[in-house]
Design a protein around this ligand. Structure first.
Ligand code: KIV
Length: 269
């Protein structure tokens, strides 16, 4: 009997938390990788603004635009039949005013085909989360080491180590939940604090560099496949190392073209 493949929704994600089933999330920015992770059974795909660093080579996510996010979201949606697709709201797409935030969230859904949007911040963006959720667009919050705040944080540093910071992050998590987010990303915070936050709110927490007690985990696909050699944060595990394989393939191509052994008769008309 063939198993029927069904599109995942936010209800499935919430049910997974209720049943204690871990939620799996990876980033994708294009059709082929989205397709592979969808076929592998990933629960959610995040079209992250990390596209700026791992695909475009910027030092931060700050230059990423709405049009770029829509372009990549479309490609990912085309490669996906089961996973829920979540699109990041890039820097300056939601911070200026509520009507701009609502329009940009709507564009990610209408033009990009996303099923939900994610934005960074806690109490300071609760009103924005509420406004977007009121348009019936599912929202995911993101607190802790929020890459769009790199300049305020003085670099990509673990957050919530000091008691006062930890208390603020707990308040942020509660504010994001109260504003109507259906899930919350916890990035770069101590595992113990992530555990406390996870048990203090009823929406699922998705951790990245936040320990094992979160309801799910998210990582950047280029990091887990060893495709991005520029950074290697401690929280990343390389589940495969494809850089060497790609390089070998490219070197063989160059060699065969130079030698005149490619294309052979079988590749010619
Ligand atoms: O942009 C991104 O990839 C993210 C994850 C790191 C959570 O926001």
């Amino acid at each position: 009997m063939s198993e029927t493949r069904k599109k995942k929704t936010i209800l499935d994600i919430q049910r997974m938390k209720a049943q204690g089933e871990k939620i799996t999330v990876l980033t994708a920015y294009d059709y082929p990788l989205a397709r592979l992770m969808d076929l592998a059974g990933i629960d959610m795909i995040l079209v992250g603004d990390s596209v700026g660093t791992v695909v475009c080579g910027y030092d931060t996510t700050l230059p990423v635009t709405m049009d770029e996010m829509i372009y990549h979201t479309r490609a990912v949606v085309r490669g996906t039949s089961e996973a829920l697709v979540l699109a990041d709201m890039p820097f300056l797409s939601y911070q200026v005013d509520l009507s701009e935030a609502r329009r940009n969230a709507g564009r990610l859904v209408k033009e990009g085909g996303a099923h939900a949007v994610k934005l960074e911040g806690g109490e300071n963006v609760a009103g924005t989360i509420r406004a977007i959720a009121a348009m019936d667009i599912p929202v995911v919050g993101h607190i802790g080491l929020t890459p769009q705040s790199v300049h305020r944080m003085g670099g990509f540093r673990v957050q919530g180590r000091l008691e006062e910071q930890a208390r603020q992050l707990l308040n942020d998590a509660r504010a994001v939940e109260a504003a109507g987010a259906f899930a919350l990303v916890l990035e770069g915070i101590p595992a113990k604090l992530a555990e406390e936050i996870t048990s203090s709110i009823s929406i699922p927490t998705i951790g990245i560099g936040a320990g094992v007690h979160c309801d799910g985990q998210v990582l950047v696909i280029h990091d887990i496949l060893g495709l991005c050699e520029k950074y290697s944060p401690r929280f990343v595990k390389k589940f495969a190392d494809v850089s060497g394989i790609i390089r070998e393939g490219i070197e063989s191509y160059i060699r065969e073209v130079k030698e005149g052994t490619f294309p052979g008769d079988e590749h010619s008309f």
